[in-house]
Design a protein around this ligand. Structure first.
Ligand code: FES
Ligand SMILES: [Fe+2]
Length: 353
């Protein structure tokens, strides 16, 4: 029932929070098992190329970047940020050579709202079409830079990170801390609708069992908090909480590093100005919270080694089931070069949590 470790292609992945890539610098990362070099030139423009020199495979990240060109540390071949080979020092002027034969693969990049997204295609020279060009956007975010960013690695395949983070039934067991929720289980009823490449939980009041959290919001915002959560492939969750005149938005974007490692990027916007003095505390709490998810996923790896069939139930596992259906449909639609048909239908789900 569950696909064996498919990594979706022809889709945007979260690569890196913007602030981690300074002008004139490079950052090397493995994403979807590919070595990638992210580069920001002196003017602030971000680009990405394959982090392997086409000459003799030394990672370009071992070389130097002067803010305009990357120079390989082995024989000094130079490349511009688009991956074009611009200089091979060992060639004599009369040894006319078409340098474009030595270009390295470059990746489409978009930078928005303080996040760098990368388009992972299934072919070298592939350019995303205008529709595919859409990276996930957090609506209503006026300020372009996030107030808080946390990047954490989960020791698992992407599917377990995604289904773990979206799972509504684990909270009472995994996140049992006083400020988050009470210990009792309550019935929850939520309405879901299909949305682009995923689904959305309709706007609703914060759950009953999160009364402490609600009180906290009420205290700081003077309003009853309401939340809307949307999920889209490949693993992007956007949560918007409005209370009083405030709107706090959270983007959680999951990117596979390899079959056994996944990066979870947690980005927060809209913390009211006077609350920002508590940023270090919010940071600690976010880290603790994600750490709890990480710990349980780590334990899950012990059982997954034996390849068990996973028994997903309704309704509390419906989102996980949708995730697998969405993923399968996306992979099929791309390979058949046809339009994606969202398998999710509007529905009311009920569970205890
Ligand atoms: S390996 Fe890069 S220039 Fe030779
Ligand atoms: Fe969790």
């Amino acid at each position: 029932m569950i696909d064996n470790n498919i990594l979706l292609r022809n889709i945007w992945y979260y690569a890196l929070p913007s602030y981690l890539l300074k002008p004139g610098k490079m950052v090397a990362k493995i994403l979807l098992e590919e070595p990638i070099l992210l580069i920001r030139n002196k003017d602030g423009q971000v680009s990405a190329v394959r982090d392997i020199c086409p000459h003799r495979a030394v990672p370009l990240s071992c070389g130097r970047f002067n803010g305009q060109e990357v120079e390989c540390c082995y024989h000094g071949w130079r490349f511009d940020p688009k991956g074009r080979c611009v200089e091979i020092p060992s060639l004599l002027p009369e040894q006319n050579t078409d340098l474009s034969r030595f270009d390295v693969q470059s990746y489409p990049i978009q930078e928005t709202q303080g996040n760098i997204w990368i388009y992972m295609s299934d072919g070298d020279k592939y350019k995303p079409s205008p529709v595919e060009n859409e990276v996930p956007i957090v609506s209503g975010v006026i300020e372009q830079q996030p107030h808080l960013v946390e990047v954490i690695r989960f020791p698992c395949f992407i599917d377990h990170a995604v289904t773990g983070l979206m799972d509504p039934a684990h909270s009472p067991y995994v996140h049992r801390v006083w400020w988050w929720r009470s210990g009792e289980l309550h019935e929850e009823v939520k309405e879901f609708d299909p949305s682009p490449y995923g689904f959305t939980v309709r706007r609703h009041k914060l759950s009953e069992n999160m009364e402490n959290m609600s009180r906290l919001y009420w205290l700081v915002g003077g309003g009853i908090p309401e939340v809307e959560i949307s999920f889209r492939l490949p693993g992007v969750r956007i949560e918007e909480i409005t209370f009083g005149k405030h709107r706090v938005s959270n983007l959680t974007a999951v990117t596979p590093i390899s079959e056994t490692e996944t990066e979870v990027n947690f980005v927060l916007y809209g913390i009211p100005a006077w609350l920002r003095i508590f940023k270090p505390l919010i940071h600690i709490l976010a880290r603790k919270f994600l750490g709890q998810d990480r710990t349980v996923v780590e334990k899950q790896q012990v059982g997954l080694k034996y390849n068990p069939v996973l028994r997903l139930i309704k309704d509390s596992d419906m989102q996980a089931q949708w995730y697998y259906q969405l993923k399968r449909e996306f992979a099929r639609a791309t390979s058949e070069k046809r339009e994606f048909i969202n398998p999710v239908k509007s529905i009311l789900l009920r569970w205890r949590a």
